[in-house]
Design a protein around this ligand. Structure first.
Ligand code: IPD
Ligand code: CA
Length: 274
């Protein structure tokens, strides 16, 4: 299982990187909006170029699949399209890309049923640094082929935690995270959540929290698996397993942490706000 998909992922990585490269030198030029994507955001030429590179690579490898994409929505390819679901955000962190900020990624997850819980492998590619994070269910998580694992730090006193408070339901979400912000040594948000979750997976950060209910399954399908395979935890804010239909419109709130002790502390702070 691993070697087959690993090879296909590596080919996807090369082709997606090549597809977005021409846009790098044109970041100062306005990119036209090509309508609204299935996930609800404006579609840019770069998003479609990355998606096309992905689809063409899978087709050329003879994969039959149902595409679940933040851009084009749900489409089927080949005669056994229901045996394989390919969930993707072709470019996560488009705003960073368009501002010339070096933090954006391509996310692709593979499952045999249209649910997050059925993902069996996934890849997130850091498209600026050319680094591939992969996870294979039961087999672990890897960064450029080297096994990775999450942080064992149990304490918020010296923790670095990613927190997304970006542009959505701020008045509702901010009070829920005030105590967490107060108790945590360092708070960050880099602007491409699939990649930020991979930073939890490799222990660069201790946790990542997004309580907005805005992030789509297409953004997180690969990264959730990578965090879990790196021995991290991903739950709802109520400490339930996260599962959802793989659908470009389906959104979630979640807490992803490096280890159970810090996870428990984070959940307690967001659930007991006074
Ligand atoms: C965005 C990024 C960002 C998050 C936004 C997402 P996109 O993805 O993950 O960090 O704050 O909510 O929409 O739109 O660049 O694919
Ligand atoms: Ca996107």
């Amino acid at each position: 299982m691993q070697s087959n998909w690993q090879e296909i992922f590596l080919e996807c990585k090369v082709n997606v990187l090549a597809s977005v490269k021409p846009f790098r030198s044109r970041i100062k030029e306005p990119q036209p909006n090509l309508g609204t994507g299935a996930g609800g955001d404006p579609v840019k030429p770069m998003d479609l170029a990355a998606e096309k590179a992905l689809v063409n690579t899978l087709k050329s490898r003879g994969v039959s699949f149902t595409l679940v994409s933040e851009e084009s929505g749900v489409q089927t390819f080949g005669s056994e399209a229901e045996s394989c679901y390919v969930t993707t955000d072709p470019v996560d962190g488009s705003t960073n890309f368009m501002h010339g900020l070096p933090f954006y990624a391509c996310s692709i997850a593979i499952s045999n049923k249209p649910f997050l819980a059925n993902d069996h492998c996934g890849m997130v590619v850091d498209l600026f640094r050319d680094v591939a994070y992969m996870g294979f269910v039961g087999e672990g998580a890897f960064r450029d082929g080297q096994r990775i694992s999450t942080s064992e730090n149990p304490s918020l006193d010296d923790a670095l935690i990613g927190l997304d408070l970006n542009t959505y339901k701020v008045k509702e979400v901010a009070p829920k995270v005030t105590r967490l912000i107060e108790k945590t040594k360092h708070i960050r948000h880099f602007g491409a959540n699939a990649l930020e979750l991979c930073y939890v997976a490799d222990g660069s950060t201790d946790a990542f929290v997004d309580l907005r209910g805005k992030l789509r399954t297409t953004d997180v399908a690969a990264a959730f698996l990578i965090v879990k395979e790196a021995d991290g935890l991903v739950t709802t804010p109520e400490n339930q397993p996260v599962n959802a239909e793989l659908d470009p419109k389906r959104t979630l709130s979640f807490v992803a942490s490096g280890n159970p002790r810090i996870h428990k502390k984070i959940l307690s702070l967001i659930n007991n706000q006074c």
